[in-house]
Design a protein around this ligand. Structure first.
Ligand SMILES: NC(=O)c1ccc[n+]([C@@H]2O[C@H](COP(=O)([O-])OP(=O)(O)OC[C@H]3O[C@@H](n4cnc5c(N)ncnc54)[C@H](OP(=O)(O)O)[C@@H]3O)[C@@H](O)[C@H]2O)c1
Length: 333
């Protein structure tokens, strides 16, 4: 196949391009080339999706499959479809589980109600505020609608939850293997009932390529089976294999210590606030039935830890607690 990745210079897009090359496909990546290099063997076509005619370098090109990772921009998606849809066989749009209107009811599937569509562009900073999560979801819904309208039975809409794996830029899953690798007393959220689920970027990339090869269409969550968070943390610690003592803190204690849930600075990744209690409690059944692969936890953990070590365990993180923050909080419990 001739595959176009709209992206390809970082994380998900890079993993898709890498997997497509491994399968012997011809791969073109269209991006500015600012986030990183495309994988060896792929061709980078420099485009600027902020410009109305930014995709002009792709004019006249045809592709068997397109994979678009456009994060928060309806105009990017709309322009790409207008420029290319007529000459493309299959189109994957990488959306998000933040499209769902209800984040508190567990066990939902991809046919659940969505937030209202928002046909605009947003900056990453705009989406990082509390109100920004809704904006992110709304822009993804509008983008999904455009892809379905243009590609019909050849549109594959995948909605990942938390993604881990080589190239991860969010630092959430990786916080735990990185922290456990240092050993000692580890602050963990005391939320025995909270489910957690994730997908490894290599599974996501593999499934996207399978879908393109099989012309699979429809809307799917891209997230592995949900399980209790304490079990996942114990499983990660076992794979890391360094002695650790879990020191559980209740949500009340964590809030009092000004620890943020889920992501960002001074956070405990995986711990969800009540407003998003079921963000990681979705029913993975339909996606598994449609062929979504799931790496063994040991492989996901070793991939994340290798990536963490390559970045440096003591770097400034995008998510998690610093050594000093954790020590202060433990001392105050
Ligand atoms: N990480 C998660 O846990 C998670 C969870 C759910 C969903 N998702 C979704 O997964 C996707 C992540 O995609 P990703 O990891 O590949 O990263 P990304 O950071 O969203 O990258 C987007 C791509 O767009 C390119 N780009 C940025 N500005 C551009 C411009 N003006 N013109 C052309 N290209 C431009 C970037 O390359 P250049 O900078 O080189 O141009 C990059 O390759 C997103 O759609 C996100 O919503 C992620």
């Amino acid at each position: 196949m001739r595959v176009l990745v709209l992206g390809g210079t970082v994380f998900v897009g890079h993993a898709v391009a890498t997997e497509a090359l491994r399968r012997g496909h011809e791969v073109v990546c269209a991006a500015r080339g600012e986030s990183g290099p495309v994988p060896d063997g792929a061709t980078l076509v420099r485009v600027d999706r902020d410009a109305e005619d930014g995709l002009a370098p792709l004019a006249g090109e045809s592709f068997d499959a397109v994979v678009d990772v456009a994060t928060v921009s309806y105009p990017w998606v709309d322009r790409a479809l207008r420029a290319l849809a007529d000459r493309v066989g299959h189109w994957t749009f990488v959306s998000t589980i933040n499209v769902y209107a209800d984040s508190v009811t567990p066990g939902q599937r991809a046919d659940a109600a969505l937030v209202e569509p928002v046909q605009r562009h947003a900056t990453r900073e705009e989406t990082q505020t509390e109100a920004g999560v809704g904006l992110y979801g709304g822009i993804k819904v509008a983008s999904e609608n455009a892809v379905r309208a243009a590609m019909g039975d050849h549109a594959f809409v995948v909605r990942p939850g938390l993604i881990t794996g080589p190239g991860d830029t969010h630092d959430r899953f990786g916080y735990w293997p990185a922290r456990f690798s240092r050993g000692g007393r580890v602050l963990v959220p005391d939320v025995p009932e909270q489910p957690m689920q994730y997908i490894d970027v290599r599974d996501l990339a593999g499934w996207i390529l399978d879908a393109a090869e099989r012309d699979l269409s429809g809307d799917f969550d891209a997230i592995g089976p949900a399980g209790p968070l304490p079990e996942l943390l114990r499983g990660i610690a076992e794979v890391v294999g360094v002695d650790v003592e879990f020191v559980p803190a209740t949500p009340e204690q964590l809030v009092a210590a000004k620890v943020n849930p889920w992501a960002g600075p001074r956070s405990l990744p995986f711990w969800l606030p009540p407003s998003h209690a079921a963000l990681a409690a979705r029913d993975a059944g339909p996606s598994l039935a449609a062929g979504m692969p799931v790496l063994a936890l040991a492989d996901a953990v070793s991939g994340a830890l290798e990536h963490e070590r390559a970045l440096g365990l003591d770097r400034e993180r995008n998510a998690g607690l610093t050594r000093e923050e954790e020590a202060d909080i433990l001392a105050g419990l």
